[in-house]
Design a protein. Structure first.
Length: 745
């Protein structure tokens, strides 16, 4: 009897588990890795059901089974049960994700009698780096960057003992034979030999106020004490961008955030993402970490290095944020680290094969909103109802790509902003690597999905691939892709979606972003949108929302703020030929600016993100009247709302509470009118669900008020859970649309 098991069964201790279960039942046969799957041969056919039941109960912690196929084929030989060498096989899935070190490894890490005492690369079959080190499948040491390190006899004995928990742990090592850290200073990378304990020395320097860069599993991090936040901002030109912080343990996090159960589970999970947590009353200490925001991205140690670092640190928490040139990918090569600004560099000598950032998650009513889906969650497959091999390349910023094969859709790690050429190179190299893991060539791809925007480099890259390999190119509208990603995430085939974001290229060539779409996989209808407002100076209006406010009040015939005399004349002239946008994000920017919350954007989404803190505190104390214009779609007028806002604030906004109430009342009125249009669309098309997607749907107060209004109408409300709400989810939406269009399924 032969059993074929597909799923997350590579590099997770699956074969040793099969071996132990089979031996305990007295079975004869074999187990082997076969490409991305596992093949099991059992001579005793009558024991197969018992074996599978037992195996399911004993699955390793991070293993998962997607499919089990049993074939009645005779097994010859085998007087015992054994593990045999891997074979190439068919590549039908990718390697498992990187996961935090397990409790057993942590215990060994701090056991003074253990030979891996304080060894930062400790791991076993249940934990450690995987995707970040793998070059190809099957997941064997020879296919990872650990092949550069020859095992000594102690590690080899563990690796070859089927009863040892490090049996076939491909990244097994110890202080004698494994990777090592070295500490350098900023003076052209001169090695710092102080004390011959690089992590201890690095920790002392951080405690003394140094800014350091440390190499981890999937990239490098900038590390310093909280008190050095402003120095770090000056050094990297990040005047207000929030930093991620790592804390020693959960009890330390609880000093600064009131944790919900779901947040605690995520923080302590094997994936160990950065979790966006609301600040509590003790969080003034963290104001320099996320200026003007109501939340901070916090996470816990996930590697042996982190545990050892905190063992030596006096600080209970440190800034630990991605080390990169602004807009470019995180640094992974040692020689490139010295191009960054820092006092010290703590670098190890294991190659990072696949760059992978820390994941960032926000919780909402038991759901996960992925602001960045990467380490710990990627790569994993999503079931789709088509077998086509589709490559989809995402949008322009916050990019991921996706590849479908054999009814599974695989998304890449977070890629970033492809307007920067090094990031586009990262996309190309990661695409090549993912295709190798899946056993695909470009000439085997059936179609390529791209965004409509003519200036997106992902689109140009897709067109080049299409031409070079004679592959069909399919253009997918940005907000339809958002809606499709939500549909796949929620498991529905039709939805009326509020697709709310900054901007996306519309089918009419204008900048959309406040859309009500009746969406199917086969097509969409633009049922409604926000009123179009001029973007004075194009992208300049995004960075300077005062221009949005100027345009709004000029069109309303009111006295215009911020610009006077010649500047005002210039703005008026620019406005006449400015592109127009229906963006919800730009309305939030203008509202934030007008209320004096944020008048300049120094990082993506800053004005709207700072407005959220006020929405969370506000109440509906002011009545804003909404107006709808009917053309080819229903258009919610935003200018009258700003007109009313000016009247409500004519005598000034005397308190922060009034500012919060005005902001909340304004946004609530806008959302309520959009939901009215969505509900009418549901009624006329017999649709049961309204959802929210796009970058604005990371804003919890807005999602909450949207859910409240929708549920009052007795309509099902949909949000994201596994696919990113923002542009990182675009490639998923593109892929599923292209797959359905090709099959009309």
């Amino acid at each position: 009897m032969k059993i074929f098991i597909r799923g997350t069964v590579q590099g997770v201790g699956f074969r040793p588990t099969v071996y132990r279960v089979a031996k305990s039942l007295g079975l004869r046969g074999y187990v082997l890795n076969k490409g991305s799957n596992v093949e099991i041969g059992i001579k005793e056919n009558e024991n197969v059901e018992e074996f599978l039941n037992f195996l399911m109960k004993e699955l390793p912690p991070i293993a998962s089974i997607d499919e089990i196929e049993v074939k009645d084929e005779p097994i010859n030989g085998y007087d015992d049960f054994e593990i045999i060498n891997s074979s190439e096989g068919e590549k039908t899935s990718v390697t498992p994700v990187d996961t935090a070190i397990c409790e057993e490894c942590v215990r060994e890490l701090f056991d003074e009698n253990n030979r891996r005492y304080l060894y930062p690369f400790i791991n076993c079959t249940s934990c450690g780096a995987r995707f970040s080190v793998i070059e190809n499948v099957p997941y064997d040491r020879a296919n990872t960057s650990m092949r550069d390190f020859e095992m000594y006899e102690e590690c080899l004995a563990e690796y070859t003992n089927p009863m040892d928990r490090r049996f076939h742990a491909q990244t097994i090592s110890c202080p004698r034979c494994g990777p090592k850290y070295t500490l350098y200073d900023k003076d052209k990378g001169v090695e710092v030999l102080e004390g011959r304990n690089p992590i201890k020395s690095f920790a002392r320097l951080i405690d003394e106020g140094a800014i350091g860069i440390a190499k981890g599993w999937g990239g490098m991090h900038i590390i310093c004490k909280f008190e050095q936040a402003n120095r770090l901002r000056e050094l990297y030109g990040r005047p207000a961008k929030p930093f991620a912080v790592m804390f020693r343990d959960l009890s330390t996090i609880e000093k600064y955030a009131d944790l919900e159960e779901e947040e605690e589970k995520l923080l302590t999970s094997a994936q160990r993402p950065i979790v966006l947590l609301d600040k509590n009353s003790s969080s003034d200490y963290l104001e320099d970490i996320s200026p003007g925001l109501g939340n901070v991205g916090m996470y816990l140690p996930y590697s042996g290095f982190h545990y050892v670092l905190f063992h030596y640190l006096n600080s209970d928490g440190i800034i630990m944020t991605s080390a990169n040139v602004s807009g470019e990918p995180m640094v992974i090569r040692n020689e490139d680290a010295f191009l960054l600004k820092a006092d010290y560099f703590l670098l190890h000598n294991r190659r990072i094969v696949n760059r992978i950032d820390d994941s960032v998650v926000r919780c909402y009513e038991g759901k996960k909103f992925f602001l960045r889906k990467s380490r710990g969650f990627i790569p994993t497959g999503i079931k789709v109802p088509y077998k086509d091999r589709v490559l989809s390349l995402g949008a322009g910023e916050n990019v991921s790509f996706s590849i479908s094969k054999n009814s599974n859709l695989y998304s890449s790690q977070f890629i970033g902003n492809t307007f920067h050429y090094p990031t586009l190179e990262f996309l190309a190299s990661s695409k090549k690597q993912m295709m190798e893991l899946l056993g695909l060539r470009m000439d085997e791809i059936d179609a390529i999905g791209v965004d409509l925007h003519p200036r997106y480099l992902t689109r140009r890259y897709g067109k080049k691939l299409s031409g070079d390999f004679s592959v069909e190119l399919v253009e997918v509208q940005h907000h339809w892709a958002h809606a499709a990603s939500l549909m796949l995430d929620a498991g529905v085939d039709e939805v009326v979606a509020l697709t709310l974001d900054g901007t996306g290229y519309g089918t009419d060539g204008k900048a959309w972003g406040g859309e009500i779409l009746h969406s199917l996989y086969s097509g969409f209808e633009r049922a409604g949108s926000l009123e179009e407002i001029p973007l004075i100076g194009g992208d300049a209006a995004i960075k300077d929302p005062r221009r949005m406010v100027f345009a709004i009040f000029s069109l309303s015939g009111r006295e215009v703020p911020y610009f006077v005399d010649k500047e005002a004349e210039v703005m008026e002239k620019l406005m006449q030929r400015a592109p127009k946008t229906s963006s919800f994000g730009r309305v939030l920017d203008a509202l934030s600016c007008y209320l004096g919350i944020c008048e300049r954007m120094t990082y993506d989404g800053e004005p709207a993100m700072k407005l959220e803190r006020y929405l969370a505190l506000g109440e509906r104390k002011y009545e804003f009247e909404t107006y709808v214009e009917k053309k080819d779609r229903k258009i919610v007028k935003t200018l009258p709302l700003f007109d009313q806002l000016a009247d409500y604030s004519a005598n000034g906004v005397s308190t922060e509470k009034k500012k919060a109430d005005l902001a909340y009342s304004f946004v609530y009125a806008l959302i309520k009118e959009m939901v009215e249009i969505a509900a009418d669309t549901c009624l006329s098309n017999d649709i049961s669900s309204i959802g929210i997607t796009g970058g604005v749907s990371y804003d919890v107060p807005i999602v909450r008020m949207t859910e409240e209004v929708i549920k009052e109408k007795g309509i099902r409300f949909l949000t994201h859970n596994n696919i990113p709400n923002g542009d990182e989810g675009i490639s998923v939406g593109q892929n599923v649309i292209v797959g359905h269009l090709r099959n009309r399924c």
